[in-house]
Design a protein around this ligand. Structure first.
Ligand code: NAI
Length: 728
């Protein structure tokens, strides 16, 4: 009968090899709960006691996942006053792990499924790691993405095994998850096998062949690969890190990368036991702070609720997508075709000529070739994926598709025409989706015979990298269609956030407020370099004027003028926000239109590289004539987005807090440390009431657009976190 009092099963074979199978009887995954910790301690003690009869240890799991790591609920609840208790518990657990790795017999991790975070840290305590190559097996230390660090020895051991530079770049700062082949190439696992039987056989064979195994860092002649860095000097060596990691460390308000770096470098200066304790201190600092909680809420709990279908209408069976037509093989269509093919769908990529469609397929070819060159994909797998994409100029090839995703030019007549052409070839329940970035879905739906089957799937560029799709529900879109669009988005591995149709949807509208605020400040005479610095130090992934140059100055100017004409024709006044005149001056007076055209707020070299802010800005806008407190510059951008998000709830554009938080970070770069735009409002000093008071102050100084919406003022009176009525 299964033992329900232990999370670890013990089995000794005739050769004296003990297999420890992690199998928590109380839940479907193995996690670092109290039962596990107690079982682990007892089990390791038994290993110690029976050591003379044991020849080796295999650590594996009976679950699909090798080990799922710490319980994030505990971390969200950890308060500063818990620091001591957490430190004691963490150091206690680490000493048991240390006992296992110094037992004096070979210990092998038989990684039969995902080993992330705590799971990989258990594997790191073993002398040899074998991964079973099957769906779901990944290894890595993704803690940084939740504002944490791997505090179960993950920093200390990876630094000692791979060297500071390698450990930081491959694992600790990137938080990347590696499939078995990549993990093998990077040395994160030592072997990869194809079947569970081989996993067991190889583990035992390795033990038999390596009776004297121990950790390489426990050998007397051990040296840290790449040498022990000099703490004082390491900062100077930071330039050796890839740019994206340097950016995490400089300027960004995220504390996890800095704590990771400090723990890594300091750990090299001391013995292993001290290093493990230092690591704990840096972990506890992060765990008891607010930022990790914000990030866990957004990146774990909010994402989980989205994936579980918080916005998916109930009672509708899940749709599987076998064949999907993509109309338009331009930048977006080509990217959409790629992610679909990778997800295993048959893709018909239709453009006006075969050549144009095939050029779209080339995009996939290039991305896949790159992966083959890096050893991440076999040539055979590449060919299989490519074979799923059929380029064509003939609608007939689209017949029988489960869905069509339209990505032709942003022209409403053209879009309606292509849907008119394709609809007769599709079954009546096929999903009709448009990737329009600006056109109202409800109006586009007028052009199809089944408006209830029509929906917006707003992808972001580059499609293969951006993890999110904004699903836009039109007035007539049915629940079944919304459910299908969510199923489709999840099937291609993206996060679906759901919004109701409106101009600019949620994402384009709110990011516009960020960009406009930066432009307004340029117009007021604030120094552009202060604006850029304020943006980066607030935690935006891109400085605002750099972003302006990327998206171009002339297109938003054109859109703005069309909108103004429409608003004024309605007899209303168009709110310039101070941004319009700046755009107009840059484009019309100075001909500075975009990065692509070689000149915007920045100067660019002939190779397209950014040189620096355009010196002419100083005269053009009397830059520097207005000095604002740095915090005001930052909060004008943050508040402009947060307040407009509240308006999106008030107007029924946004439906759930999770969508707002996740969408704001993943789609439009709202600073990740906030845990998303709604958490920003709630966590503001003084809570919602504090936010409202500060918004009023900003309104008084900088304009009515900061006046807090009535719904927020109401909410502030309740002293509860912001709870939009749409989700109540
Ligand atoms: P693009 O100009 O790169 O590609 C459009 C493609 O549609 C071209 O290859 C063109 O030949 C093709 N096309 C034109 N008429 C067609 C027809 N009758 N049948 C089939 N194909 C036809 O444009 P891009 O950037 O890919 O944008 C496509 C759509 O995606 C637009 O609605 C755009 O607003 C939207 N979008 C664009 C984003 C971006 O970052 N570029 C982001 C999100 C949405």
């Amino acid at each position: 009968m299964a033992d329900t009092t232990s999370a670890i099963e013990w089995d000794r074979d005739a050769d004296g090899i003990v297999t420890l199978t992690m199998n928590d009887p109380t839940q479907n995954a193995n996690t670092m709960n109290q039962l596990f910790i107690d079982s682990f301690r007892t089990t390791v003690q038994r290993l110690v006691d029976e050591r003379s009869t044991i020849t080796g240890v295999v650590v594996t799991s009976a679950k699909d996942v090798f080990f799922a790591g710490g319980d994030l609920h505990d971390i969200v609840e950890a308060r500063p006053e818990d620091a001591e208790a957490i430190t004691t518990r963490s150091n206690g657990l680490k000493s048991v792990l240390r006992q296992l790795e110094t037992l004096g017999v070979p210990v092998v991790a038989a990684i039969n499924g995902a080993a992330l975070g705590g799971g990989y840290e258990i594997a790191l305590c073993c002398h040899h790691r074998i991964a079973l190559d099957r769906k779901g097996t990944v290894v890595g230390l993704p803690e940084v993405g939740l504002g944490l660090l791997p505090g179960g020895g993950g920093v200390v051991r990876t630094v000692r095994m791979f060297g500071v530079q390698e450990a930081l770049t491959n694992l600790l700062l990137k938080g990347q998850k590696y499939r078995p082949a990549d993990a093998l190439a990077k040395g994160l696992v030592d072997e990869v096998v194809a079947t569970p039987e081989q996993l067991n056989e190889r583990a035992k064979a390795w033990i038999t062949a390596n009776p004297g195994a121990r950790q390489r860092f426990d050998a007397p002649d051990y040296r840290i690969p790449g040498g022990t860095p000099n703490v004082a000097d390491f900062a100077a060596k930071l330039p050796a890190l890839p740019a994206v990691l340097r950016k995490q460390l400089k300027g960004s308000p995220l504390p996890a990368p800095r704590n990771i770096l400090a723990a890594a470098v300091e750990s090299t200066q001391v013995d292993l036991d001290t290093a493990l304790k230092i690591e704990t201190q840096y972990l506890v600092d992060l765990m008891t702070g607010q930022i990790s909680k914000n990030m866990i809420n957004a990146f774990f709990f909010d994402q989980q609720s989205i994936k579980k279908g918080a916005s998916r209408p109930a009672g509708i069976p899940v749709t599987e997508f076998h064949k999907v037509a993509v109309l338009g093989a331009g930048m977006m269509g080509a990217g959409i075709a790629y992610v679909q093919a990778v997800a295993g769908m048959q893709v018909v990529l239709k453009d006006t000529t075969f050549e144009a469609a095939d050029r779209g397929k080339d995009y996939s070819r290039k991305l896949l070739d790159k992966q083959v060159a890096r050893g991440k994909l076999s040539p055979g797998a590449r060919d299989q994926i490519l074979a799923r994409i059929t380029p064509t100029a003939d609608y007939a090839d689209c017949a029988g598709s489960d869905a069509v995703v339209e990505a032709v030019f942003e022209d409403p007549d053209l879009k309606q025409r292509v849907f008119g052409d394709i609809e007769p070839l599709l079954s009546p329940d096929a999903l009709l989706a448009s990737n329009t970035s600006t056109l109202p879905i409800t109006e586009l739906a007028h052009g199809v015979s089944r408006p209830e089957g029509f929906i917006g799937t707003h992808f972001f560029s580059p499609v293969d990298k951006m993890p999110i799709v904004e699903i836009v529900v039109g007035e007539k879109t049915s629940d079944a269609t919304l459910a299908k669009a969510i199923d489709y988005t999840l099937a291609i591995g993206k996060m679906p956030i759901v919004v109701n149709d409106s101009r600019g949807f949620f994402t384009s509208r709110v990011i516009g407020k960020f960009v406009d605020e930066a432009l307004a400040m340029v117009g007021e005479g604030v120094s552009p370099s202060s604006i850029e610095q304020a943006g980066v130090q607030a935690g935006y992934p891109s400085a605002p004027l750099q972003l302006n140059d990327e998206v171009t100055l002339h297109l938003p100017l054109a859109v703005r003028e069309l909108t103004r004409a429409a608003v004024e024709a309605d007899g209303r006044t168009f709110d310039e926000n101070g941004a319009g005149p700046v755009l107009a001056k840059m484009v019309r007076e100075f001909g500075r239109k975009s990065r692509a055209s070689g000149a915007g707020f920045y100067d660019y070299g002939p190779d397209g590289k950014r040189i620096g802010l355009w010196p002419g800005l100083a005269d053009a806008f009397d830059s520097g004539s207005l000095e604002l407190p740095f915090i005001d510059i930052q909060e004008r951008m943050l508040f402009a987005e947060a307040i407009d998000t509240v308006r999106c709830f008030d107007e029924g554009v946004l439906r759930t807090v999770a969508d707002a938080n996740v969408g704001s970070i993943l789609a439009i770069g709202f600073p990740a440390w906030t845990g998303g735009v709604v958490q920003y409002v709630n966590q503001y000093d003084g809570g919602v009431a504090g936010f409202v008071a500060r918004a009023r102050e900003l309104a008084q100084r900088y304009g009515d657009r900061f006046t807090p919406p009535e719904s927020l003022v109401e909410q502030a009176r309740t002293a509860q976190p912001y709870q939009p009525s749409a989700t109540a």
